[in-house]
Design a protein around this ligand. Structure first.
Ligand code: F6R
Length: 242
């Protein structure tokens, strides 16, 4: 694993955006796996800036997002589809039909997951997967568990994740309790993985995930087994590792 230590959030975001743009420049018709959450916001802002300067072209790029809340429509401002449109897709020249997010409105979990697995399969594989890291070690919505889930599945969100995500909702009861997420096997099949982490509150889990035992109790620990992972963190998130 490669570790890139950035001074602060801004430079962490630029480093991650640099890796993504290198991928797009080297292979314009590439498949990028994307994450939501607070951490990648700066990365997306940087990519938009470079696109606006004329340095990046997304016209042939396909994106596949990790996850979506079950029950939320694309118009709901807490859905991950809404987040992606607002924070990236609406500002670049990507073709919306080439951007994929699990279908939160599909009530039949098996159908939603099968369809998403088919999308991933048909895409020919993810060239570069961008990840954030949950406080409990989750990636996508793969929560700590007894075993690694392989493909897209429906998860019951853990209490800690519901609590962490409640900051975006008016009321904690409004936070959906279930989500569709890409599985660990699908994430691990990406050719390259870039994981972004910032802030003191991620320092413990960064140490546990990347320097502790590989266990489904810390889902991100499985990334230690991938042969092309880059951890891009700010000084605070990386303060417990050297
Ligand atoms: C969201 C996702 C999650 C987040 C994680 C960290 O698509 O994949 O695993 O990456 O919850 O979230 P932030 O960046 O808000 O700390």
């Amino acid at each position: 694993m490669r570790i890139i230590k950035a001074d602060d959030y801004y430079s962490m975001s630029r480093m991650a955006a640099n890796i993504i743009s290198a991928q797009i420049i080297m292979k314009p018709k590439c498949v990028i796996g994307l994450a939501t959450g607070s951490t990648p916001l700066g990365t997306y802002a940087q990519l938009i800036e470079w696109y606006k300067k004329g340095d990046l072209d997304f016209s042939e790029v396909t994106t596949i997002n990790l996850d979506e809340y079950k029950g939320l429509s694309p118009e709901n401002d807490q859905s991950y589809r809404y987040f992606m449109n607002k924070n990236l897709f609406d500002h670049i020249n990507i073709k919306k039909e080439n951007t994929y997010v699990p279908n939160g409105l599909e009530p039949d979990s098996k159908k939603a997951c099968d369809e998403y697995n088919e999308i991933i399969r048909k895409s020919g594989g993810v060239d570069l997967q961008l990840l954030g890291l949950g406080n409990n070690g989750h990636i996508g919505f793969n929560e700590p568990d007894e075993a690694f889930e392989k493909e897209t599945h429906c998860v019951k969100l853990s209490e800690s994740t519901v609590n962490a995500n409640s900051r975006f909702f008016e009321n904690i009861d409004d936070v959906p309790k279930e989500a569709y997420t890409m599985g660990i096997k699908s994430i691990m099949q990406a050719k390259k993985i870039v994981i972004v982490v910032n802030g003191k509150n991620k320092a413990e889990i960064v140490k546990k995930a990347f320097f502790g035992p590989v266990t489904p109790n810390v889902p991100a620990s499985v990334l230690q087994l991938h042969n092309d992972v880059t951890l891009v963190g700010d000084a605070e998130a990386l303060e417990l590792i050297d």
